[in-house]
Structures are given as structure tokens and as C-alpha cells.
Ligand binder design. Structure first.
Ligand code: HEC
Length: 122
């Protein structure tokens, strides 16, 4: 097999495996995407697991749909604009295969979790 043919075979194999293609996220709700990509650090309610991820408690005031979308795209870069975030903690960027409409659903779910934690505090 030539190198070009081998490369084509590899690329074709990755594309058709489909485990992380945009279409996988198009069908999922914000909650389902959150369960897949975020709960391992933040927990289903956003309280954070074992001190790993940032807890969402008391954080609602820092975020809008627009700033949250921007943050998820590149958390390290956004940190410079958000003094409440910790310089010592690492938050990975959102999987680039998540398409725009699915990002909107995800952000809606995250803000809903923040609202719920806020309401529980009162
Ligand atoms: C590998 C662990 C990990 C994963 C996976 C992860 N996060 Fe985070 N996240 C963190 C950490 C750690 C912080 C705290 C970062 C800081 O303080 O700078 C954070 C911070 C945040 C914040 C800011 C909270 C605040 O303090 O205002 C939001 C919002 C957030 N994550 C949402 C998400 C979403 C949505 C996903 C899934 C797409 C996700 N995270 C996936 C570890 C993670």
C-alpha cells in the first residue's frame, strides 16, 4: 500500500467511526451532552466531584449565555477576563465537534444548574 492510500484508509476509518462527529451531538439534549462531557468533573448538579472541578454554587452572577459560550471555547484564554476563576485550575476546552445549536442547548443546561443551586441556597 502506498502512503497516500494508507492515509486515506486511516482518515476514512476515523471519519466513519463517528464516535465524536458533529452528528453525534446534534441529536443530544443539553443535559445529555453535559452528562457525556462535563459530569466527570462537575457532577450532575454542578457541585463538583472530589474537589476536581469548579463548583457552580454562587457562580450564576458571573455568566451569561454569551460569556459561557466564549469560556467553553477556550477556558484558559477567557480566564484573563474573569478574576474569580483560579489560575491554578485547568478546565479543558469544549470538544470541537459539538455544533453551535448543541452548544446553545448545553449552555442553557449549565445556566439552569447554576440557577437551581442558587435557589437551593435560599
Ligand atoms: C477535567 C475536568 C473538567 C471537565 C471535563 C470540565 N470541567 Fe469545567 N471546570 C473544571 C475546573 C477545574 C474548573 C475551575 C477552573 C478555574 O477556576 O479556572 C472548571 C470551571 C468551569 C466553569 C466556571 C465555573 C465558575 O467558577 O464560574 C464552568 C461554567 C464549567 N467549568 C463548565 C463546564 C462544562 C459545561 C463542561 C463540559 C462541556 C466542563 N466544564 C467540563 C474542570 C472540568
Amino acid at each position: 500500500m502506498t502512503l497516500a492510500a494508507l492515509t486515506l484508509a486511516l482518515v476514512g476509518g476515523l471519519a466513519s467511526s463517528g464516535c465524536d462527529s458533529a452528528s453525534a451531538y446534534e441529536q443530544l439534549s443539553g443535559e445529555q451532552i453535559y452528562a457525556r462531557l462535563c459530569t466527570q468533573c462537575h457532577g450532575t448538579e454542578g457541585r463538583a466531584l472530589h474537589g476536581r472541578g469548579g463548583s457552580y454554587l454562587g457562580k450564576r452572577k458571573y455568566w451569561t449565555r454569551a460569556t459561557l459560550l466564549e469560556y467553553l471555547e477556550d477556558p484558559q484564554a477567557y480566564k484573563r477576563k474573569a478574576p474569580h476563576l483560579s489560575a491554578a485550575k485547568y478546565m479543558p476546552p469544549l470538544n470541537r465537534y459539538v455544533p453551535p445549536a448543541a452548544r446553545e442547548r448545553l449552555v442553557g443546561h449549565v445556566l439552569g444548574l447554576m440557577d437551581a443551586l442558587e435557589a437551593g441556597r435560599r
